[in-house]
Design a protein around this ligand. Structure first.
Ligand code: NOJ
Length: 541
């Protein structure tokens, strides 16, 4: 097991939905024993840390982000013993495991809320945010705009309104109440005691409410998050906290501090990678990277292309959003809230050159990458399913019944079964022996990245050669790191974002570079020619 306290800087993460991964007992839902069975696959792929989507008991209004009991797991996924065994087996194989921690809100079926709403003087009344009217905090945006008209919901039993940032079935906890704070810290301890390696902490900008603000990123919220981090550092050193805050990079800086989160998702770069690719022009990526301030050496960005939610377009202008919808979500059904409910392969026209290219950027931009389960084999989506379920369908292992995911007659959601992306064609078994398959290309990127810590730890310099179809940047280890870290010290990444052949003169001090992915040498003292969507990871010096 990697004992380096900065392990997350070198890690490749895999976002795994236990429900969707492998069903060991034939009830149509994936479970922890199924996850144990699939360990070899994750070892083959080469990922180092798995992020588990919520597995706690839940009525599933928000697919588990509505927790009904923090100290248990949903019986559909197995038992606490199964969970412990999974952790042991994964740890023994060198894979770390983090899970979602949902602290901003609970399910309305949680016993705390059932008590809270039962009377005005119930001891749990102030565990949630109640109000006489729905006119408070009016400067707060609504997140699930397709479903919710207000952040307040009326509770007829006590005649008051309760506050919720997401579905009305997800009442927000009241962090002004010290009992709530203590309880959440205890929830953390419960899972960390079991051996979990950390948390992806959900919806963190919204913990506190203050009149006259937009109720995001408040100072009080940061104070509590620092308490969470102190628990980790004092009682569980080496475990990590990853921030889910859909904000601009500069607004994320207060979260990404040595005394708060080790990691934070870089949300705004994600749509811009898709924008640059569609335009065949690097500028959107250049702009957002120029707008990404430096962070301290202990901290790390977390990069992703897709996840279990809609491809969020919150961090773009209105004009860019309309353009993204037009280009990537031509059918209304593909749109949800401020985003696009599609998977990676369909977004990229199932063109393996484009998928490999975006992966090559995902794995070489500064930060640690996350692969969303199924995207490594180019799984499709089902836009006709409700909410975001269309990107959460069963993992496609082989061409047998239910894609080898489950022996049940009915699975929690149907397996993808259409011409382009059906499990009969898109599955692990069909790709594993083919060196050029998406699975093996992704695996190779992971392998090369993992052999060269410069990708996780090195500095970043954007280059702007004359040809704007070319996105190019350098990653370089500091002088101090060069002494202790293995692999290439300086890497030049060159990517042709367009579907045309491109010629580019790099104009840097190196005369040649060796592609870490193919072993081929490229001369840099003259122009480079790149095929459509071609990318190079050139080791310099
Ligand atoms: C962010 C999660 O990624 C999303 O799936 C969920 O609906 C909201 N937070 C609310 O918990």
């Amino acid at each position: 097991m990697n004992q380096d306290p900065l392990w997350y800087k070198d890690a490749v993460f895999y976002e795994l939905n236990v429900r969707a991964f492998c069903d060991s007992d034939g009830d149509g839902h994936g479970d922890f024993r199924g996850m144990i069975q699939k360990l070899d696959y994750l070892l083959y792929l080469g990922v180092n840390c798995v992020w588990l989507l919520p597995f706690y008991p839940s009525p599933l209004r928000d697919d588990g982000y509505d927790v009904a009991d923090y100290y248990n797991i949903s019986p559909k996924f197995g038992t606490l013993d199964d969970f412990r065994e999974m952790l042991d087996v994964y740890h023994a194989a060198g894979i770390k495991v983090i899970s979602d921690l949902i602290v901003n809100h609970t399910s309305d079926q949680h016993s705390w809320f059932i008590e809270s709403r039962s009377s005005l003087d119930n001891p749990k009344r102030h565990w949630y945010v109640w109000s006489e009217n729905d006119q408070r905090y009016l400067q707060t945006r609504i997140i699930f705009i397709d479903t919710e008209a207000s952040n307040w919901a009326y509770d007829p039993h006590t005649g008051q309104y309760y506050w919720h940032r997401f579905y009305s079935e997800q009442p927000d906890l009241n962090f002004d109440n010290s009992e709530v704070q203590e309880e959440i810290l205890n929830v953390m301890r419960f899972w960390l005691d079991m051996g979990l390696d950390g948390f992806r902490v959900d919806a963190i900008p919204y913990l506190f409410e203050r009149e006259g603000t937009n109720n995001e990123n408040l100072a009080e919220t940061h104070q509590f998050l620092k308490r969470m981090r102190r628990v980790v550092d004092d009682e569980y050193p080496g475990r990590i906290l990853l921030a889910e805050a859909n904000q601009w990079p500069r607004d994320l800086l207060p979260y990404l501090e040595p005394d708060e989160f080790q990691m934070a998702f870089h949300f705004p770069i994600m749509p811009r990678l898709f924008m640059a690719l569609r335009k065949g022009n690097r500028q959107d990526v250049v702009d957002i990277m120029n707008d990404t301030p430096p962070i301290s050496p202990e901290n790390q960005w977390c990069m992703f292309l897709r996840n279990h939610d809609e491809l969020t377009l919150e961090m773009v202008t209105e004009e860019q959003r309309q353009w993204m919808w037009k280009e990537y979500a031509p059918d209304d059904r593909m749109r949800l809230n401020l985003g696009i409910r599609r998977r990676l392969a369909p977004l990229l026209d199932n063109d393996i050159r484009k998928i490999n290219l975006l992966n090559a950027l995902l794995f070489s931009l500064p930060g640690s990458p996350i692969v969303y389960y199924g995207d490594e084999i180019g799984m499709g989506d089902n836009i006709w399913l409700a909410d975001r379920n269309g990107v959460r369908t069963p993992m496609q292992w082989d061409e047998s019944k239910n894609a080898g995911f489950s022996g049940a007659d009915i699975t929690y959601e149907p397996v993808i079964n259409d011409n382009g992306y059906g499990y009969q064609k898109v599955n692990v078994a069909a790709q594993i022996d083919k060196p050029d398959s998406l699975l093996n290309m992704t695996r190779n990127l992971i392998k090369v990245r993992s052999a060269h810590p410069v990708f996780g730890r090195g500095g970043f310099t954007m280059l702007e050669p004359e040809n704007t179809a070319i996105l190019a940047y350098e990653r370089e280890l500091s002088e101090a790191a060069k002494m202790v870290v293995e692999g290439a010290a300086r890497v030049l990444v060159v990517a042709n974002m367009s579907g045309e052949e491109q010629k580019v003169t790099m104009g840097i001090d190196a005369v040649q570079g060796t592609d870490l992915l193919t072993g081929q040498t490229h001369h840099l003292n003259g122009p480079l020619i790149l095929n459509p969507y071609e990318y190079l990871w050139l080791k310099l010096g």
